[in-house]
Design a protein around this ligand. Structure first.
Ligand code: MIC
Ligand code: SF4
Length: 647
């Protein structure tokens, strides 16, 4: 039987488990990436593992998230990361070099290889025909230490693209269409494999926009074939030697095939406050726009920004619009400057930001109260922009540019100008001078640690029984941005006691105080949630901080993949309602008891939860592999083997 691309790469990397959809498998990892906001925890955990040097082919540490640096904390963290990189043989991409996913695509990703990264948008590199997966920092640290990465053997869905994109419709509109079909929930354990005649016409940066935002569907990753387009991109990066062709076998099979005719697509948008709240731009017309933000790891390639520069040439931003521009990488910025497009964008009134995450994570450029912000980034969760009552819409660079000119939502097809089709250059201007390669001579240098940095706290072993209070009850699609906000709070990423003060800040500002009170009284905390709990980012702080506050279990209707792995790694039980209707019978403040929890988890049986307050019992399941059971029984991975942080 023929193999699809996913099966081909996974088969070459399989080192544990049976290759059957739904089973846990372990794969070897060729490359890792971290970024600074998740990286400090990952490297503290790597340090605790006692390995002298990373065992991957390539590990890159990026500094791209916390680059605003208000206060000493982030600069200290950057210095820590730089010293750790030298010690462990890791490549460092310095602050100013660009966003991890864009830079990794340009300079390091390789077809046919595996990559895991402590950032949920690591699948961006699937555009190069690699298996690239987002994970928690601890899982990435383990991969750097040479351990397998464990995942559920995926079900592979083929997204068959036919036809050609019409003028003014671009890659963002394709992935928004995909989000409209699959939504942000219910796709755990799936990989999207793109193919078809339409896919072969898309350039690697266009493919990267699509694989990047596959993360919003909650899939394990997305992948494109490695074909002539891949070769051209790698050649333009002077990396043609990294090219290998990777196509599905003609008789390859898939769990499902979804057809999308690109010629039928129109400009799309994701409306507030979820990336799957899809509509056409035409439907939004005339809504006044206050801010347009161009950039993020989704749509800030050279092609994206040159397209906008060409649309805006000779025009000036509408007086009511603030126009923000953050190129994805230093390479993009240097090429824009070299080719004169930066001057056109600045002349059009662009406010040039650092080539870093910036506005996308809400640590700068928060829009005004009650405003409408059009962004080319990938997430529009409530409050993520830093302004709770702002309405953020996700759009293509073309739709963003149209609003810059008109000051309102405008279908770019109605701009009345010829569509500027932009090809990627035959050769990019290359400059890796902000990349520091590890030097063996520096292996013994002292690791720099600022006062803000501390090892992650450890959990206690799972007790024989749980006696807990429901500290919060939340609804469906709770994102990690709800659980532990980023933005202005993110500078405390290396200081768990401080960062924990902000858990559920935007839903219940008393959560942290209440949880600590309950913990001090000797009771545990339980979170009750609806469908798709833990959407969005890979930040393990969404598990570490609740754990620090005494949360022992989350009972939800369903969970997202990366967050489930993070909960398990830090000894929090991810419990699933057997009957979803039992969710309705619980209230915040209820006392829940689970008898013989250790025994039942070890046996893999359903657990009976007694609601002492409501005098009602209900069943939950906890579907764990043997490896995961061992971790939760120990109270988290840090309590197992070599991972002891106090050793
Ligand atoms: C995000 O886009 O939400 C982030 C910030 O990049 C996160 C990582 C983090 O929280 O540090 C992600 O996507 O994993
Ligand atoms: Fe950075 Fe935004 Fe991309 Fe996350 S989604 S890596 S914050 S640019």
């Amino acid at each position: 039987m023929g193999k699809n691309i996913v099966e081909k790469i996974l088969a070459q990397h399989l080192i544990a488990g049976l290759f059957a959809p739904g089973e846990e498998i372990g794969i070897s990892i060729d490359q890792t990436l971290t970024q600074d906001a998740t990286g400090t925890m990952a490297y503290l955990q790597l340090e605790a593992m006692g390995v002298p040097k990373v065992k991957t082919d390539l590990s890159v540490s990026y500094i791209d998230h916390n680059t605003i640096q208000i206060g000493f904390e982030n600069a200290d963290d950057h210095r820590y990361l730089q010293s750790i990189a030298q010690k462990f043989g890791i490549v460092l991409s310095r602050a100013g070099n660009g966003i991890c996913h864009q830079v990794h695509l340009e300079r390091f990703g390789r077809p046919g290889k595996t990559l895991i990264g402590s950032d949920s948008h690591t699948p961006t590199c699937g555009a190069l025909g690699m298996i690239a997966i987002g994970a928690g920092g601890l899982d990435v640290a383990q991969a750097m230490a040479g351990e397998p990465f464990y995942l559920i053997c995926p079900k592979v869905v083929k997204i068959n693209l036919s036809g050609q994109l019409p003028a003014w419709v671009s890659a963002k509109d394709i992935i928004l269409k995909v989000l409209g079909i699959f939504t942000t929930k219910g796709n755990v354990g799936t990989i999207f494999e793109y193919g078809g005649s339409g896919a072969s016409l898309l350039t690697v940066p266009e493919r990267a926009t699509i694989t990047n935002m596959g993360a919003e569907c909650g899939v394990t990753t997305s992948i494109f074939p490695s074909d002539e387009m891949t070769r051209l991109f790698l050649r333009a990066q002077q990396r043609e030697a990294d090219f290998v062709e990777l196509m599905p076998d003609p008789e390859a099979t898939y769990a499902q095939v979804v057809d999308i005719d690109l010629s039928k697509l129109t400009p799309m948008t994701a409306k507030p406050h979820s990336p799957d709240n899809i509509s056409t731009v035409e439907n939004m017309k005339d809504i006044a726009v206050d801010q347009v933000c161009l950039g993020s790891c989704t749509n800030s390639s050279y092609k994206d920004l040159v397209t906008v520069a060409k649309i805006l040439k000779g025009k000036v931003v509408h007086p009511e619009v603030s126009f923000i521009l953050a190129p994805g990488s230093r390479q993009v910025l240097e090429n824009l400057a070299h080719d004169g497009y930066l001057a056109d964008l600045i002349a059009a009134g662009a406010r040039l930001m650092e080539n870093a995450c910036g506005f996308c994570i809400g640590n700068s450029q928060s829009p005004k109260s009650g405003s409408v912000s059009l962004r080319t980034s990938n997430r529009n969760f409530p409050g993520r922009s830093g302004t709770m009552d702002a309405d953020v819409y996700l759009v293509s660079p073309e739709t963003a540019a149209a609003a810059v000119i008109t000051g309102h939502f405008t279908d770019p097809r109605n701009l009345g100008m010829a569509y500027p089709r932009v090809e990627i250059p035959e050769k990019f201007l290359l400059d890796d001078s902000m990349v520091i390669w590890p030097d063996n001579a520096n292996r013994n240098m002292e690791v720099y640690r600022g006062p803000n940095i501390g090892a992650p706290p450890k959990n206690t072993a799972l007790p024989a029984a749980i006696h807990a209070q429901v500290t919060i009850k939340v609804g469906d699609k709770i994102t990690t941005d709800h659980i532990i906000p980023a933005g202005a709070r993110m500078k405390y990423r290396s200081n768990i006691p401080k960062y924990s003060e902000f858990v559920f800040e935007n839903i219940d500002s008393n959560f942290a105080k209440n949880a600590l009170k309950i913990k001090a009284a000797g009771t545990q905390n339980i979170i009750v949630a609806g469908l798709s709990y833990g959407q969005g980012s890979s930040r393990e702080h969404a598990a570490v901080c609740p754990m620090y506050l005494g949360v022992r279990a989350v009972i939800a209707k369903s969970f997202e993949r990366i967050h489930t792995a993070n909960l398990i790694n830090f000894g929090i039980l991810p419990l699933i309602f057997c009957q979803e209707s039992d969710y309705d019978k619980i209230e915040q403040g209820d006392i829940l008891e689970i008898a013989e929890v250790r025994k039942l988890i070890a046996a893999g049986s359903a657990l009976l939860v007694q609601n002492k307050t409501k005098k009602h019992s209900f069943s939950v399941t906890c579907n764990l592999s043997a490896r995961q059971k061992q971790i939760v029984l120990a109270g988290g991975a840090l309590n197992i083997n070599r991972l002891k942080t106090d050793g």
